[in-house]
Design a binder for this molecule. Structure first.
Ligand SMILES: C[S@@+](CC[C@H](N)C(=O)[O-])C[C@H]1O[C@@H](n2cnc3c(N)ncnc32)[C@H](O)[C@@H]1O
Length: 231
């Protein structure tokens, strides 16, 4: 966990069950190479914006917030080699799972920030992200915890700043109250709703995630919301 993450009251989990030997090996051997530098406060105390041209080589930049085990992130990077994707995930077990998948797929168009997306928002320039994915964000079901959700003004204003005019923001969730809050909070942050679909209505290039599979097994229906950053 980064110093910045602690300072910001990160409420999620950063560690889970014991890592397998192979996962420890991926973390030891691959994490440094795939991690974006200049994101944490320790690494970039002046919070200097990242040099994206150097990072992406001029490719469009996409962002996945909370990639979990990384299946959707790896799928998108493989499907769109002309795009460069940054994934954020503070849960080390998820990061280790992603690293195994990246090894297998041999991708060179993705990097990660193994921490809180807010640290990344700090150092992204204005209007640089062309697409953002928020798949099955932590639901925080209790009413007094709703303000911890990603779809709250603090996260959304930072997201709006870094997204290009016309950029797409996709949200997938199985929680009806999360849909409600998303529809309430995202438009005032500077986005228009352009599509809302239920089960069977996923995006054409969607890859179902671990949390979606869990939701389906437990009888909860997916919702797929698409917003466009206002011009
Ligand atoms: C319910 S899981 C979903 C994981 C994956 N997207 C999926 O669909 O299987 C939500 C993930 O968001 C991550 N997360 C929560 N807060 C975050 C933050 N501030 N920055 C980045 N990731 C975050 C959590 O660690 C967790 O892995």
């Amino acid at each position: 966990m980064t110093e910045e993450t602690e300072r910001r009251n990160f409420y999620g989990r950063t560690h889970g069950k014991t890592l397998r030997a192979s996962q420890k090996q991926y973390l030891a051997e691959d994490l440094g190479r795939i991690s974006l530098s200049g994101v944490t406060r320790a690494d970039n105390p002046a919070r200097t914006p990242l040099d994206l041209a150097k990072l992406t080589g001029g490719r469009p930049l996409w962002l996945e917030v909370g990639f979990g085990g990384g299946e959707h992130l790896v799928h998108m990077a493989a499907r769109y080699p002309g795009v460069f994707i940054i994934g954020c995930e503070p849960f080390v077990n998820g990061v280790a799972m992603l690293l195994g998948k990246v090894r297998q797929a041999g991708l060179d168009n993705l990097v990660i920030h193994p921490g809180d997306v807010r640290d990344l928002f700090d150092v992204l320039p204005d209007s640089c992200v062309e697409k953002c994915f928020l798949n099955y964000p932590d639901p925080w079901p209790k009413a007094r915890h709703h303000r911890r959700r990603f779809v709250t003004p603090g996260y959304l204003s930072a997201l709006a700043r870094v997204m290009q005019p016309g950029a797409e923001f996709r949200v997938a969730t199985d929680i009806p109250d999360y849909v409600r809050q998303t529809l309430e909070e995202v438009p005032p942050a500077g986005f228009d709703l352009i599509r809302q679909a239920g089960e069977g209505g996923a995006w054409e290039d969607w890859l179902s995630t671990r949390y979606e599979q869990k939701a389906l097994r437990e009888g909860r229906a997916p919702n797929y919301l698409t917003f466009r950053r206002q011009r």
